[in-house]
Design a protein around this ligand. Structure first.
Ligand code: G3H
Ligand code: 13P
Ligand code: ZN
Length: 330
């Protein structure tokens, strides 16, 4: 059993309390490799922002849980070396079973998500409560989910989203004792969040998605005053990266994300954690494609992954400063 406390990490309790009070959201960035982690830590230290490092099942399969844990430990030492101590959480993204959550808690994670959102309501409660009991015994915080997001997550494709029903949230939170709740108000996983027919087009032909359901969010806040709310599927799919990818040999079609102004608005509410993965993938791919296109003779990975890391850092700094409002709150 490895406790996250030995690794220099924190759970989300204090982070979320401050974020709800301060009207900003903590960035939850997914990482799978060294350069993504370096970019996240560099950006969050430079902007003095707390951060949640998210690990998906795909990340564990790709990178190995022991390596990821030690990378998170290294991240906390690296942040100090860069000159500013920021709160860092190591979080399991979309935990699919009690066993997965337990394995992560036993391996130094300070926060886990148990995603029972696809289960019948009562089964979601029973599973979530079981995870909470184990996690809280180890001072680890737990995120549950009510409502289903459309899109692709961990190879599971959901065609349609089911919005969270505000009348269920009090019952769910009191029966499970979760520390935060992920909700569905129109965000969606992946870089193709909406079908073109669900969107309108602006004068440049860019797809504009349907607005988030702020009415549902307001009703949830009314039911659970001050309770930490989480938004998944919150990449904005910057069109400059889509363009850069397509101009350098890529073929991304109909990519559309959540407009930044809407995420800014959500961050000012009880939404205190915003999950972003796809935008990091796009920034990295765009930068790598550009270098390889411009310099076909290049074969040193540091020469194309290095610029990708710099692009990622720039993007994360922008999110912390201008979208989530977490900058200056470490
Ligand atoms: O919500 C899903 C995340 O974007 C993780 O995706 O399983 O491909 O790492 P992944
Ligand atoms: P995006 O695909 O919008 O980046 O969402 C990531 C996410 O929700 C991870 O849990
Ligand atoms: Zn998610």
């Amino acid at each position: 059993m490895i406790s996250y406390k030995e690794l220099g990490l924190v759970n989300t309790k204090e982070m979320f309390a401050k974020a709800v009070k301060g009207g900003y959201a903590i960035p939850a960035y997914n990482f799978n490799n060294l350069e993504q982690l370096q970019a996240i830590i560099q950006a969050c230290v430079a902007t003095k922002s707390p951060v949640i490092l998210q690990v998906s099942r795909g990340a564990r399969d790709y990178a190995n849980i022991n390596l990821l844990r030690n990378m998170a430990k290294g991240a906390s030492e690296y942040a100090k070396e860069l000159g500013y101590e920021i709160p860092i959480t190591l979080h399991l993204d979309h935990g699919d079973s009690f066993e997965t959550c337990k394995e992560c808690i036993d391996n130094g994670f300070s926060s886990v998500m148990i995603d029972g959102s696809h289960l019948p309501y009562d089964e979601n409660i029973a599973l979530t409560r079981k995870v909470v009991e184990y996690a809280h015994a180890h001072d680890v915080t737990v995120e549950g989910e009510l409502g289903v997001l459309a899109g692709i997550e961990d190879d599971v494709v959901a065609e349609e989203s089911t919005y969270t029903q505000p009348e269920e949230v009090v019952d769910f939170v009191s029966k499970t004792n979760v520390d935060s709740l992920a909700i569905s108000i129109g965000t969606s996983h992946g870089a193709n969040k909406f079908k073109p027919e669900q969107c309108t087009r602006n004068e440049d032909g860019i797809l504009i998605p349907p607005p988030l359901r702020f009415d549902i969010l307001a009703e949830i806040e009314k039911q659970l005053p001050g309770f930490p709310i989480v938004l998944h599927g919150s990449s904005s799919v910057p069109q400059e990266y889509v363009k850069m990818i397509n101009e350098n040999g890529g073929a991304l079609k109909d990519s559309v994300g959540i407009p930044e102004e809407q995420l800014r608005q959500a961050s000012k509410s009880a939404v205190c954690k915003i999950n972003i993965d796809s935008d990091g993938r796009l920034a990295m791919t765009a930068a790598i494609r550009k270098v390889l296109h411009d310099k076909p003779g290049e074969f040193d990975p540091r020469k194309y992954i290095g610029p990708a890391r710099d692009e990622l850092k720039k993007m994360y700094m922008h999110k912390n400063e201008n979208v989530l409002g977490s900058a200056g709150n470490a």
